[in-house]
Design a protein around this ligand. Structure first.
Ligand code: SF4
Length: 404
């Protein structure tokens, strides 16, 4: 069922987007950011053109680092692997970090029937989780940007049965206390990764809240990432997440950057290897294909900064119904064709796009989303998915030589 965002939510979202725009305006055209853009363009080109090589290299590197890697062809494969791991650890509570890939496989929906408490550790995601209904994110790094402090206060008071004032700090403290309390018995953490370094066998994650550190300290840390996140080296991975940060938040850097290259271990007693000193005793990386191998090459350049939706006139007008699941805006529509099918692509808003090209102009990788969608419309029409009004015009033209 389509649930359109409320006008007040759209207004708050646009205000939040304007804040990001004005913050990033001052740094996105700086000489260092321009150099970084060129560098990341080259990194992505190299990674995409030689994906098999870097995938195989990554498998070797992770094995060397004692990280288990499992390949998932599609969302169900990834969920089956996660189910098995959760059974093995008898998990009842899971600490979860923000991840578009976990949204893509619908992890929370899948675990909802299994009596497992999946606790979002990111504040924005936790607020959406407490909201329970109509809780789709509106931005990849600012999921609750459409809710104002009054909306959030109501959500928190109602769902946690508290009486917090409409003061951001008070809200933050109440939610943090509740999350930490719930996580006392969590033995599994689950997250995505912003980039994967093939040569070193490392997963790189950026965050401001410190929550990924919490997630990675549980006995088992499951990381789910698309195969498109693989880049040649750790320096490349860091370049990529730096560029993502500039365009997602308007800051040069996040408070934290976690590089996970193996389970927690020590050999400080007689050089004997012991695992699980403070962090996870086991790290499992699930590498997800889910249509990426079939995707239009340009789509794979995406670094998930969300700057395209911030500048998209359609998205600003209609909100997150333009897009597919957690993949918002035109790029999400394009990916839905590969992750799902032509019908999903059509229903995700293939014909909502005005083809104005502002997404391309504002994308750090200049991904031509408007052109991709234009081309997809042609292909979609060939398999029968086009707006009914267009069909009528087409029939009129072939019958009367006129659209009328
Ligand atoms: S398409 Fe470009 S602007 Fe949009 S999220 Fe991806 S990298 Fe960012």
């Amino acid at each position: 069922m389509v649930i359109w965002m409320k006008p007040s939510e759209l207004e708050t979202m646009r205000k939040s987007f304007n804040t990001v725009k004005s913050r990033s305006d001052s740094i996105k055209d700086s000489p260092s950011t321009k150099r970084l853009k060129n560098r990341v363009q080259e990194i992505k080109k190299e990674s995409i053109e030689n994906n098999d090589y870097y995938l195989n290299q990554a498998l070797e590197s992770f094995k060397r680092n004692d990280i288990d890697v499992l390949m998932a062809e599609n969302a169900q494969d990834a969920l089956d692997i996660i189910d098995e791991l959760l059974d093995e650890y008898d998990a009842k509570v899971i600490a979860k970090a923000k991840s578009n890939t976990l949204g893509e496989i619908n992890l929370k929906g899948h675990l909802a029937d299994k009596d497992i408490d999946v606790v979002e550790t990111d504040l924005g995601d936790r607020i959406l989780q407490l909201k329970r209904t109509d809780n789709k994110p509106v931005h990849p790094t600012g999921p609750a940007s459409h809710l104002n402090v009054s909306n959030i206060t109501d959500i928190v008071n109602e769902s946690l049965d508290v009486n917090v004032n409409a003061v951001p700090r008070e809200i933050m403290e109440v939610v943090r206390g509740d999350v930490l309390n719930r996580l006392k018995n969590a033995n599994v953490g689950i997250s995505g990764a912003n980039a994967i370094a093939s040569e070193e066998g490392s997963c790189v994650m950026v965050h401001n809240e410190g929550n990924i550190s919490i997630v990675s300290l549980k006995d088992l840390h499951i990381i789910v990432a698309g195969i498109d996140k693989i880049v040649p080296t750790l320096e490349d991975a860091i370049s990529l997440v730096k560029l993502e940060t500039v365009f997602a938040t308007g800051n040069y850097v996040t408070s934290y950057m976690n590089v996970i290259s193996g389970p927690s271990k020590t050999a400080d007693i007689e050089k004997k290897l012991l695992k699980n000193m403070y962090g996870a005793e086991r790290v499992v990386l699930i590498l997800l294909d889910n249509g990426r191998s079939e995707a239009t090459e340009e789509c794979l350049y995406c670094i998930g900064c969300g700057n395209c939706v911030v500048h998209c006139p359609v998205y600003n007008a209609v909100g997150n119904e333009f897009g597919f699941n957690n993949y918002l805006g035109g790029r999400g529509v394009a990916m839905s064709k590969f992750i799902e099918d032509d019908e999903t692509c059509f229903n995700s808003g293939l014909y909502m796009c005005t083809l104005c090209g502002l997404c391309t102009l504002n994308c750090p990788l200049t991904i031509p989303t408007n052109e991709i969608l234009e081309n997809m419309r042609k292909l979609s029409t060939e398999v029968g998915f086009y707006p009914k009004a267009h069909g009528k015009i087409k029939d009129n033209v072939s019958r009367n030589n006129s659209p009328y």
